[in-house]
Design a protein around this ligand. Structure first.
Ligand code: ADP
Ligand code: MG
Length: 725
């Protein structure tokens, strides 16, 4: 890790930094984690007993002892003040999918007219933000109006710096006074308990009495665009909704794949290096960076961490990407589809489960066929995904991600699992009851004497699958680039816990009945796979044939966010989340309500912005151009110049203007009311009426863009935005 990043840095940072001066190359080992209150810092600053007690909470999940709060608070405050912090905030994740914070100063006036820095155990443990502006999906109406935040000791506190100061951010959960989770973090933590319990129970049956904790792990590959800030300011659509609502594809788009894995432009590299430096300082272990498929699109990926910390770090990574880009005169677009007709952005959520003794439970080892334990856990994942396709679909549902799923650049809205040839073969044999040999990984000669023969990755690559086994983890690939990954991982942890629960109940019964472990596991795995094998698909998920095949198999195809969200509160799902104490029925219903509302609000904003751009920018530009053409025709006639071509051009522009005006009238009509009173009625109105009307307006605008004089066009074009680096 350090070699890769620091070598590049020496090259680049000597040429370009935000303020034009040369910055020193980063010394990753020294700066890593310097802005996080991590274990080393705790160990240095806390008494042995307090440190041990905190460590038991962090590593073993033991309940936090309240009597250590005072000492931790003092140590944290001293550390934060040494690092320049004057304020602290409880940092939390309301159901908006973003993060929220309210800052308080450490400073408390004293009687002598001076001030002292104060931060008590109570300040650390609990806070009370003004919660009324955060969505609660009806939870607060029925219970208490206020919410409170509570310290999560298992995720490191960190410092956010600015040229003019710094503050301490403390990761917290956010709940109502009656204990309902109003946030994304609480269910993640609860789901980690669920999978820990069930995985340890299963491991006991396999003879692992030494395992004290099983943790799910997550590493997220994040895609994003960087564009010049000036263009952003001149596009009201980017500013209000993060994507272009009008705009036509550039003549040279991504047809030429030279951007992908090409060299990174200097300004972008400088920006990336500073972003990475900030992430290192926050203790976020970023590892890879590269260009992505579309022009001006990039990717960054950290090394995996435990799910709770990984989810927090994902949020922090998105914030940091956006913050640092501004210092380089750029804007980081995290939207799933900023540019129509150009590849959009997603995240690959890599997920696995591992023990405190260092075993990755989804690592098949050398011979998957023999590896009973691996097969057991892998089967649990397969059956969980099969049973809860709807929940995985919900976990990636948003108005923005609807542009990608199924658009032949991202996996379709149909959830299926790719296992790779070798593993699929093993499961086929198990299903038919004839497992004897496993297909070997084999060697793949690359046809050149310079390169050695590389061992073929047994889990072969299939970029079209929404959920792929990639050697020692599953990769959930349909996640949207701007989303929090908390709910997706809450779902994964919970559904796999449930599957393990069911399988272990059967296994325990068989073992009690006198079966050998091998026989019993084989039977449970076979039965479970036979029930759920329809979810396994190794072919091309982008093809029409798959859509038909999936329908034959009875797999769900929840095409839009609205279709998906309606499944969230089914009896099956209420029961699942309640059984494992991850979400109560009220908490689940509140999420459904909030997410449907967000869908409708997002599209409503887009529709009103489209209307305004079309009316006040596109239409005036087009009519001005038409006026130019018409006066040219008149003047040309006067002096006897042929105006045949000009007349033709004018006819086209006039026809497109008519088309735009018709479409605009419909959109204005549809924007007048919201389609009803409930959030569901509004969401349906957006889906059925508003989106098609918006698309028609866009289509007309894009035609005009291609026909109108460039110097009259009021918006930066795709070519400007995508190719100016
Ligand atoms: P790939 O080439 O399959 O994308 P990488 O090695 O580049 O694999 O890893 C992609 C992401 O998967 C990284 O963020 C990495 O940390 C993460 N990852 C690797 N192992 C695990 C694991 N056991 N659990 C969760 N994430 C993992
Ligand atoms: Mg990947």
């Amino acid at each position: 890790m350090s070699r890769h990043a620091s070598d590049l840095n020496v090259l680049a940072a000597t040429k370009f930094t935000a303020n034009g001066s040369k910055s020193s190359p980063m010394d990753i080992e020294n700066i890593f984690g310097e802005n996080a209150f991590g274990l080393d810092e705790m160990k240095n600053r806390l008494s042995t007993e307090t440190y041990a007690s905190l460590l038991a909470t962090i590593d073993k999940g033991e309940p936090i002892k309240s009597d250590i709060a005072e000492e931790v608070a003092t140590a944290m405050k001293e550390w934060a003040i040494e690092r320049g912090a004057t304020h602290f905030t409880h940092w939390f994740q309301p159901l908006t999918g973003n993060t929220a914070e309210k800052h308080d100063s450490f400073i408390t006036p004293n009687r002598g007219g001076g001030a002292v820095a104060k931060f008590s155990g109570k300040d650390l443990i609990q806070g009370e933000p003004d919660a009324s502006s955060f969505p609660s999906g009806g939870l607060r109406a029925t219970f208490e109006a206020r919410g409170y935040t509570v310290w999560d000791p298992t995720s490191p506190s960190f410092i956010i710096e600015n040229d003019n100061g710094a503050y301490l951010a403390i990761p917290t959960a956010f709940a109502s006074w009656s204990g309902e989770a109003l946030d994304a973090k609480t269910p993640v933590l609860r789901s980690m308990h669920a999978i820990d319990d069930q995985a340890r129970r299963a491991l006991k049956l396999f003879g692992h009495d030494d395992v004290h904790k099983v943790t799910s792990t997550v590493g997220v590959e994040q895609e994003y665009f960087l564009i010049d800030e000036e263009f952003y300011y001149r596009r009201p659509d980017l500013m209000t909704s993060g994507r272009t609502l009008v705009g036509t594809k550039p003549p040279r788009g991504q047809e030429l794949d030279d951007h992908y894995f090409g060299s990174i432009p200097d300004r972008v590299l400088s920006c990336m290096l500073e972003t990475e430096k900030e992430l290192y300082r926050l203790g976020i272990p970023v590892k890879t960076r590269h260009n992505e498929v579309a022009p001006s699109q990039y990717e960054i990926a950290p090394i995996f961490e435990n799910t709770n910390v990984a989810c927090d770090h994902q949020q922090l990574l998105m914030i940091t990407l956006q913050r640092i880009a501004r210092k380089y005169g750029m804007v980081c677009l995290l939207h799933e589809k900023p540019f129509a007709g150009v590849n959009g952005s997603g995240k690959h959520n890599n997920w696995s489960i591992g023990t405190d003794t260092g075993i990755n439970l989804l690592d098949p080892g050398d011979n998957p066929h023999d590896n009973l334990q691996f097969l057991y856990f892998c089967t649990a994942v397969i059956s969980a995904v099969y049973k809860h396709q709807d929940l995985l679909r919900v976990s990636i549902a948003s108005a923005a991600n609807d542009h990608r799923l199924g658009a032949n650049e991202a996996p379709p809205a149909i959830i299926s699992i790719f296992l790779g040839e070798q593993l699929e073969d093993v499961f086929d044999q198990i299903a038919s009851g004839s497992a004897t040999a496993s297909k070997q990984g084999g060697l793949m000669g690359l046809g050149t004497p310079v390169l050695p023969a590389l061992p073929r990755h047994a889990g072969d690559r299939n970029r079209t699958s929404p959920f792929a086994f990639t050697g020692n983890k599953f990769e959930f690939r349909a996640v949207g680039s701007s989303q929090s990954v908390s709910f997706a991982n809450t779902v994964l942890n919970t559904i796999v816990a449930e599957a393990l629960d069911g399988m272990s109940t059967k296994l325990e019964a068989a073992l009690t009945g006198g079966s050998s472990l091998e026989e019993a596991v084989a039977t449970v795995v076979r039965e479970t796979i036979n029930d759920s094998k329809a979810i396994i698909f190794g072919g091309d998920n982008y093809s029409d044939a798959w859509h038909q095949e999936a329908e034959r198999r009875g797999l769900l195809n929840l095409k839009t966010t609205v279709d998906a969200l309606e499944t969230l509160i089914s009896d099956k799902n209420i029961q699942l989340f309640e059984s494992y104490n991850v979400l109560s029925e009220a908490e689940l219903r509140s999420r459904e309500e909030v997410w449907v509302e967000q869908y409708f609000m997002r599209i409503n904003i887009e529709a009103e912005t489209t209307e305004s751009i079309a009316r006040t920018m596109v239409m005036p530009a087009a009519t001005r151009y038409l006026k130019d053409l018409v006066s040219t025709i008149e003047e040309g006639k006067d002096v006897g110049v042929s105006v045949k071509g000009v007349k033709e051009a004018a006819d086209h522009v006039a026809a497109y203007i008519d088309e735009l005006q018709d479409a605009l009238t419909k959109l204005i009509d549809n924007n007048k009311d919201l389609g009803g009173d409930s959030v569901h009625e509004k969401a349906h109105h957006m889906l059925k009426n508003v989106i098609p009307a918006m698309n028609d307006v866009r289509h007309a605008c894009d035609r005009l863009e291609r026909a109108t004089a460039a110097d009259l066009w009021p918006l930066p074009t795709y070519r400007d935005m995508l190719f100016v680096k």
